[in-house]
Ligand binder design. Sequence first.
Ligand SMILES: [Zn+2]
Length: 456
Amino acid sequence: MIKHFFQNAFIQGKWVKNVTLTVGDDGCVAAIETDSAGAGADNQGGVLVPGMPNLHSHAFQRAMAGLGEIAGPGDDSFWSWRSVMYKFLAEIDPEDMEAIAAQLYLEMLKSGFTSVGEFHYLHHQKDGTPYANPAEMSLRVMAAAEQVGLQMTLLPVLYSYSGFGEAAPTDGQRRFIHSTDAYLDLVDRLVAETAGRPGFDVGLTPHSLRAVSRDQLQALAEYRTPEMPVHIHIAEQMKEVNDCLDWSGQRPVEWLLNNTTVDENWCLVHATHLTPQEVQGIAERGAVVGLCPVTEANLGDGLFPVEDFLSQGGRFGIGSDSNINISVAEECRILEYGQRLVRQKRTLIAERNASNGERILSLAVEGGAQALCPGKPAGIAVGAPANYLTLDENHPALVGRGVQNIVDGWLFAGNNSVVKDVYVAGRPVIRNGHHDREEEILARFSTVMKRLATKI
Ligand SMILES: [Zn+2]
């Protein structure tokens, strides 16, 4: 048993004072005591908020952050960015993968993320044949998460086609491709690997409607166990919407709702381009929408209709997706700012007379936990993983503020340097903004980046 004491804590949407959290041997919160004296606690207190689940990441893309910003001769779009990304991933070895992911996951912890949904599709060797252990690359990202102490829902991706109607994959996609049987064998291996390994879970992950067939979606539905999350990219780009209309006469989310059993275990990543009926359909099924505001802005995807969705009880979480920038604060801020720029109004996600930042944080923590570990308690709660962080109340963005302005100060006026101590499963992994292994992890990442720079 570990005990942590905090003077002020934001728990389940409310500020409470003098809180002692007891963490069990399983790394979950066993008891929450308010108005306590903090006797026997292992820390000195501070301002506590819940850790943020990061529901969508492609780890290797961290190593190409900033490389897609040289303008081409014609218009640049998601699709021109994707060709840079394909060139990049063709060079990555298992050791590179682990080094890049370790640096990335360290940055996630420092920014306030305490778990990640790794949407992992770089499976095979450079020539497209499987590694001797077909799970090699998956094991590398898991090893990276373990090194830094980040919890992970591994989302091994099924990717079989290059377009709607089972179009043959392109050469650039050779490292992703599985048959259904080979994919389910990989999932079996990862389920066995994570069983009894605390902090790791596995989900099912059809890449997108353009990359899998109807029969494959059916095979996944038959394989799935009740606790398994299902993640899919959907309706991120208008090209995808138009291709889906050409193929089926239906839009991607419309097709998904009509042809699969989307439910509370599903996470629809992006879901940017929606009709009002699709917005309502997702909200009614209780699925989580995985919003990645920084990446969606960087790639010029479009804007999710968050106000309409929330007014119908819709659930969302946030992800760092392409990992162009790692920041809980910036994801939350851009989510809100996108709406402001379009609506020419302010505080659009908040409930009236209440903090905007607190609402965004609470919704994203809850939705993110549902997307990564469906059916389990979320945020700071008895039975939930003891994943939380303290904010530096002496930081220029927070100093002198009352607790009612602390979260707004972090998300709208602050950045990652506001995050002070980060606890995962009750263990301090970041202390005063630092990780015990950060120099060694950065040195390995630097070596990989310098070598990759000679190849690209
Ligand atoms: Zn993605």
